[in-house]
Design a binder for this molecule. Structure first.
Ligand SMILES: C[S@@+](CC[C@H](N)C(=O)[O-])C[C@H]1O[C@@H](n2cnc3c(N)ncnc32)[C@H](O)[C@@H]1O
Length: 253
């Protein structure tokens, strides 16, 4: 494996400890029959992120697969997923769920910015808060482009820009902008040592287009009317008024 960038080492350490708390939610997601999106579990039938993409028989790479429930959903839709993750503890949970649910697909330990597969190996690249949150956008999107065949799809979920701008260094997402839009990119969290990345919309468009993608959709997710709790520092009432998460869908030319 190539040497990991310093933020990947920090994130592997952080995820080694987060993995304990994510084991049970990950397992629960493995039991779910339908694809849902994000913390508000917006059903795919509503989000329509894969609309027009027939997953059956497709080679899919999940970049930062974690417990790999998203790959499991893709496998049940007929795809052939491969998951890559930098944290052995997350992959151990994923392997345990593969055995429990009788669904096998390759799981690799490594950096989603440098995947050990040849160019043009996949039809779909997916990231659900994996590389899309924890990797450098210029690096992981270039890697997704390299891995995809012409006409292949990149679909990823991340926090919305407005949520990121309203997220303080600690505590709940506020109704005020607490960060600058300009220069937004790397977020070092002092409490747990993890490092996230978030570039604003215009910059994300630049990164995608400069890596040979055409942007097909930007789906802003809304919390459903029945939601009432706070999830990952975002109140449901906040996420009913503003999108806390967004799905990007882009196609490699
Ligand atoms: C929120 S979880 C992934 C989401 C997955 N859908 C799940 O919930 O299980 C984030 C994952 O990104 C992984 N990750 C962080 N940096 C990475 C990198 N550079 N390469 C691959 N995986 C990475 C972490 O190890 C963690 O498992």
């Amino acid at each position: 494996m190539d040497a990991l960038p310093e933020y990947a080492v920090k994130n592997r350490e952080a995820w080694t400890s987060f993995s304990v708390g994510f084991a049970e939610p990950g397992r629960r997601a493995w039991t779910q029959p339908e694809i849902t999106w994000g913390v508000w579990e917006v059903p795919e039938t509503k989000a329509r992120a894969f609309e027009g993409i027939d997953l059956a028989g497709k080679d899919v790479i999940e970049l930062g697969c974690g417990t790999a429930y998203f790959s499991a959903w893709m496998a049940r839709a007929g795809a052939r997923p491969v998951g890559i993750d930098v944290t052995p503890a997350q992959l151990a949970n994923a392997r345990a769920y593969q055995a429990e649910f009788g669904l096998e697909f390759p799981l690799l330990e490594g950096n989603a910015e440098a995947v050990p597969y040849p160019d043009a190996s996949f039809d779909v690249a997916i990231s659900e808060y994996g590389a899309s949150l924890w990797c450098d956008p210029d690096r992981w999107i270039a890697e997704a482009s390299r891995l995809l065949r012409p006409g292949g799809w990149l679909v990823f979920l991340r926090n919305s820009t407005i949520q990121t701008l309203c997220m303080p260094d600690s505590g709940e997402v506020s109704e005020r902008l607490v960060r600058d839009w300009f220069g937004l990119r790397r977020l070092d969290w002092e409490d747990d040592g993890s490092v996230e990345f978030h570039v604003p919309t215009g910059e994300m468009i630049r990164v995608l287009r400069s890596n040979g993608f055409e942007i097909d959709a930007l789906i802003e997710l809304q919390a459903p009317p029945e939601a009432s709790e706070t999830k990952f520092f975002v109140k449901a009432e906040w996420a009913k008024r503003w999108p806390s998460e967004e799905v990007w869908r882009a196609r490699k030319k």
